[in-house]
Design a protein around this ligand. Structure first.
Ligand code: HH2
Length: 258
């Protein structure tokens, strides 16, 4: 899954694809580089961020989706039902909701009635404050229990279980140590029986484990190592900014086998 943030402030690619024509070019290139789907987002959820209005989010993503016009497989990274509805009408196949259907009570129905795919992600707290004091007794157990509950909620709301993937939400209300424990125990999330999506690409924990306590991003080399570790523990979908390099690293990992 290639990442195309149509935002001025995303933690890694903020500003790079804020113009629709740049976002469209990036999306096409990611598919050429081997992405199976491109995740288009109009709101940054980096630590400390505030949300954007519905109008602003639509203004960012709609021109990109209109231009792509179903040409590449698209996922919409949003927690807003109206953004999801418009995106699906413009060809998006998957709704990637970092709030796991907790923010907008209408989103479940939008996904169910369109028979779209859905990603449910774990987050402790909300982006503005989530990194202040993340706390768990058992990070992998609590994330697994949360995802199991959200999966049940989504199915009860009429979304087909076969259409749902789960994401432990690396960096969303987790310390560096908690992120790495969660990655080490990813098999416990895989055991829930749905495909697991991981977003480790460029995240700050990767920069911090390399020794910079103030890092806000991680290098590509560390992102690839993390993706391969996730693959070995059963992850199926890899959300990545550097698509070609991830496809190459994961092709080698797949040739060896999980
Ligand atoms: N991470 C980000 C955004 N959306 N969605 C899923 N399912 N999993 C993730 O780990 C995930 C996500 C944050 O990365 P990015 O989009 O690059 O940054 P920003 O939120 O600052 O736009």
């Amino acid at each position: 899954m290639g990442v195309v943030n149509v935002t001025p402030d995303s933690f890694f690619d903020g500003g790079v694809n804020v113009r629709a024509e740049d976002a469209i070019r990036a999306a096409r290139r990611m598919v050429e580089d081997g992405a199976a789907i491109v995740d288009v987002g109009g709101e940054s959820t980096r630590p400390g961020s505030d949300g954007v209005s519905l109008d602003e989010e639509l203004r960012r993503v709609v021109p990109v989706l209109e231009s792509l016009d179903g040409e590449v497989p698209v996922s919409i990274d949003t927690a807003k039902a109206e953004v999801a509805r418009r995106a699906i009408a413009l060809g998006a196949e998957l709704v990637n909701d970092v709030t796991a259907l907790r923010a907008d009570p209408e989103l479940a129905d939008v996904v169910a009635s369109a028979d779209a795919y859905l990603c449910l992600m774990h987050m402790q707290g909300e982006p503005r404050t989530m990194q202040e004091a993340p706390s768990y007794d058992d990070v992998a157990g609590e994330v697994a229990a949360f995802l199991e509950e959200r999966l049940r909620f989504a199915v009860e709301a009429g979304i087909a279980e076969e259409r749902i993937c789960l994401d432990p939400g690396f960096g969303f209300g987790k310390t560096v140590e908690q992120n790495f424990e969660l990655l080490a125990r990813l098999d416990e999330i895989v055991a829930l029986g749905r495909p697991v999506l991981v977003g480790l690409s460029r995240k700050r924990s990767l920069g911090r484990i390399l020794g910079d306590p103030e890092a806000t991003t991680g290098p590509l080399s560390a992102s690839l190592a993390a993706a391969v570790e996730a693959y070995e523990r059963g992850a199926a979908i890899f959300r990545a900014h550097d698509v070609r390099e991830h496809v190459e690293a994961l092709t080698v990992a797949a040739a060896v086998g999980p």
